[in-house]
Design a protein around this ligand. Sequence first.
Ligand code: COA
Length: 211
Amino acid sequence: MGSAWLICTGLNAARIAIIQPVGKGYALSYTYRLDNEFGTMASTTLSIRQATEADAEAIAQVQAETWQSTYADLLPAKAIEAQFHPRSVGFWRRMLRGPEGKFVLVADADDEVIGFVSGGPSRDPKAGFTAEIYALYVLEIWQGWGIGRALFEASRDQLDAEGHDKLMLWVLVGNLATGFYERLGGLTIAERDDQVGGAKVRERAYGWWLG
Ligand SMILES: CC(C)(COP(=O)(O)OP(=O)(O)OC[C@H]1O[C@@H](n2cnc3c(N)ncnc32)[C@H](O)[C@@H]1OP(=O)(O)O)[C@@H](O)C(=O)NCCC(=O)NCCS
């Protein structure tokens, strides 16, 4: 990944950020601009790292918050509540103790987990797509800063290094994330009907060729 400028505007503030790869991680430095005047220079370090069991609670919290902000208009409340912390903490602990071949990476900003990605072998392989990203979430306030791309690219590199040739993932049709995956070069490889929390949903699989 090359360095990039990202500008994020709010009601009376703008953040200007530069993200650059540093070793196996990424460094993010940013300036806050308030009321059209530059305030104190602030900086934080963003790293993409392997999650440990100690991250289970923070990952569950990110999942709960992003499900609420992403799926409130797409899924029944029951389905969203099922993801709520602390119910899913046990799931993530088991995942992190986890079976060979599965992984979780977190985006860590000054020791705070602000996003994560999990992946491993495909649960439903289609035409040789042996690797799958199971979940990719970035806290709403951090979205649009290149962190989703950094998590995706780190996963793609890891799966490639493990010898997979093709990567896929499933996303709800209607989720804005479809635009993100298309921007990252994903091609539609399948669609299916499914049920989430008692609601019928349409899901689309995107695929990438690794290597
Ligand atoms: C989808 C998600 C992971 C993207 O992460 P992000 O950090 O916001 O995205 P990035 O800033 O890394 O964006 C990377 C590129 O995709 C583009 N992009 C991001 N979201 C997009 C969207 N909804 N539509 C079109 N393009 C999009 C960006 O403009 C950027 O393009 P560029 O690099 O050419 O400038 C994040 O928004 C998220 O967690 N959403 C809610 C949860 C979710 O839906 N997860 C996926 C479930 S399958």
